[in-house]
Write a protein that binds this ligand. Structure first.
Ligand code: DC
Length: 222
């Protein structure tokens, strides 16, 4: 059986995860957040005290890591060596660690199979940075979701504040710009819009409109 895959890529805070999750629900597909895999590797390296800027050191710890994704009651959980780290990987310091380890070719190679296997066995909406370009180059629908940096920073800031964080907007914007830079300037699978991806600029769209756009685009293309 051929399963349908929808690739959603874009920069930090474009609303990929919330929009992709809700769109998957409406389409009856599973949702896969691939950033969680890089975050799990980033968490492990942080706990180990590995130098995140040293690609060899990061690559060297990969043998010690087993990362798995499981759906529990329809919600994605990430396991690092059997431990459910789904909450911890959301900490802001782990965001930067994830961005750093994601530049390491060996890390990307190690996580590629997990992502492709999910798409081989499910109708999926998968979000990340290189899904349409590298992970699923033959995805049925590709969407590049973005928005102006200030709008993305404000959305991310509001989300963190809701979760009880005391970060400032300036910190969030600086972190976002740094990660955007890292993610789009790395040599390995940099963040970029696939040639055949549809651009969704959500600067002036709210959440509902963004979900509507994605679902409509998917239905039109299938
Ligand atoms: O989507 P996110 O913020 O949870 O992703 C965390 C980091 O992982 C992000 O800064 C870049 C990296 N990443 C990646 O390189 N490729 C992906 N497919 C997903 C995430």
């Amino acid at each position: 059986m051929k399963y349908i895959s929808v690739a959603i890529d874009g920069p930090v805070g474009a609303g990929k995860s919330t929009v992709a999750r809700e769109s998957a629900k409406r389409l009856g597909f599973i949702y896969c957040d691939t950033g969680a895999l890089y975050r799990a590797v980033g968490l492990y390296c942080t706990e180990k005290g590995a130098d995140l800027d040293d690609a060899c050191k990061v690559a060297a710890v990969l043998d010690e890591i087993k990362v798995e994704i499981c759906l529990i009651d329809g919600v994605q959980h990430v396991f690092l060596n059997g431990r459910d780290v789904s909450e911890e990987i959301r900490l802001p310091e782990i965001s930067l660690a994830a961005s750093a380890v994601s530049a390491v070719a060996e890390v990307r190679a190690a996580l590629l199979g997990i992502q492709r296997e999910i798409a081989e066995n499910n109708n999926v909406v998968m979000d990340g940075r290189d899904i349409g370009t590298v992970v699923l180059p033959n995805a049925d629908v590709k969407i590049f979701l973005t928005a102006a940096p200030e709008v993305r920073a404000k959305r991310r800031y509001d989300e963190l504040i809701r979760k009880g964080s005391n970060v400032t907007y300036e910190e969030v914007l600086a972190d976002l710009n740094k990660r955007d830079y890292n993610d789009s300037h790395r040599a390995e699978a940099p963040l970029k819009q696939a040639d055949d991806a549809i651009l969704a600029d959500t600067t002036d769209m709210d959440f509902g409109q963004s979900v509507e756009f994605v679902c409509r685009t998917v239905k039109e293309r299938l």
